[in-house]
Ligand binder design. Structure first.
Ligand code: SF4
Length: 333
């Protein structure tokens, strides 16, 4: 990781030049026959039609909180200013945010106006003093997010934007985010389309996620931090180890080292825990074993993927949020 405290979010200059406005117009026009993500549903979201992600124009926001359980360069001292969007363009059977990602009826009550989304960004910056705005599951709301940024910049927003995605993203959409997103935080969930289809209903996940991650890295490169170790720019790839090697860790890590760079920042996560839906699938109905964990850790070392974090086996921390606690889904009871 490199240090450079002079990096400031590029979206500020895109706003001044008028480019941000052009991007909003381009993105919103795609909502009339939605192709914002690889599903290409073709529904008119501006007229209230819903595609696979069950989302209309107004974004569903479940909570906006200071999150202290992200990677240290994101959480820092004051937390990562996390905005959890409702609904999703994936249906991962093991999703730990399933309460908000797979319950479209409840999420209708969480739909908010764009100016409210902008105000939440300002709240996280000014009232909670967070280090960044961390957009969780942003893929299906990219046009709305950029529209909200247009409203938040004149209100004083200046924090880096984190795009925290499951990576089932369209290459064209990610290209449109060039200069808007400072920090990409993509998951690399699978190396097999059979598994991505079975467990996330995404039969072409591998192709799309890898193309998107390549483009993200082209835009922002390796992580750059300020003098306090807080991320200002760059990409962190998250890889959740699944039981029975279902995440294809070997193939995915080799791809990262060979096709992206051995210097890429990687966050290897051992926290897998079967949620309600995953309990019904024998292959997914257990935590990972020590053997499976050590296999991935030793491969990461062998490939020279030394920049980042490897979660301890014992660590469970934030990883089972409860979104019925709207004010703070990470509060322990
Ligand atoms: S964003 Fe939603 S409606 Fe649009 S293509 Fe993706 S899943 Fe379909």
């Amino acid at each position: 990781m490199n240090k450079d405290s002079t990096v400031e979010p590029e979206y500020l200059s895109l706003y001044k030049s008028g480019e941000l406005q052009k991007r909003v117009v381009r993105l919103e026009s795609r909502l009339t026959s939605c192709d914002i993500c690889p599903r290409n549903c073709g529904v008119n979201r501006l007229k209230g039609e819903r595609g696979f992600c069950n989302s209309v124009y107004l974004p569903a926001v479940s909570s906006a909180v200071a999150h202290h359980g992200e990677e240290p360069v994101l959480s820092g001292t004051w937390g990562s200013g996390t905005i959890f969007f409702g609904n999703c363009n994936l249906r991962c059977v093991f999703c730990q945010n399933y309460q908000i990602s797979q319950d479209p009826e409840t999420q209708k009550n969480n739909e908010i106006e764009i100016n409210s989304l902008a105000e939440k960004m300002i709240y996280l910056q000014d009232k909670l003093a967070c280090h960044n705005i961390n957009l969780v599951s942003p893929t299906h709301y990219v046009p709305q997010i950029v529209r909200a940024l247009m409203e938040a910049v004149p209100l004083g927003l200046r924090l880096p934007i984190v795009y925290n995605t499951g990576s089932y993203d369209s290459l064209e959409t990610i290209k449109t985010l060039d200069g808007i997103i400072s920090i990409y935080l993509p998951d690399l969930k699978y190396a097999s389309n059979d598994n991505s289809n079975k467990f996330s209903i995404a039969p072409d996940y591998v192709k799309h996620s890898r193309a998107a991650i390549k483009e993200m890295y082209r835009q922002v490169g390796d992580i750059i931090t300020d003098e306090n170790g807080i991320a200002l720019k760059g990409m962190i790839v998250r890889h959740l180890i699944l039981p029975n090697r279902l995440a294809g860790s070997d193939n995915s890590l080799r791809w990262l080292a060979n096709e992206i760079s051995p210097s890429v920042t990687v966050s290897i996560m051992s926290q897998y825990h079967p949620t309600i839906n995953a309990r019904k699938i024998p292959q997914l109905d257990r935590s990972i074993s020590m053997e499976e964990y050590l296999e991935v850790v030793s491969l990461a070392h062998e490939l020279g993927l030394e920049d980042g974090w490897i979660q301890e086996m014992e660590s469970k921390e934030y990883y089972l949020p409860d979104f019925s606690k709207k004010e703070n889904p990470f509060e322990q009871t």
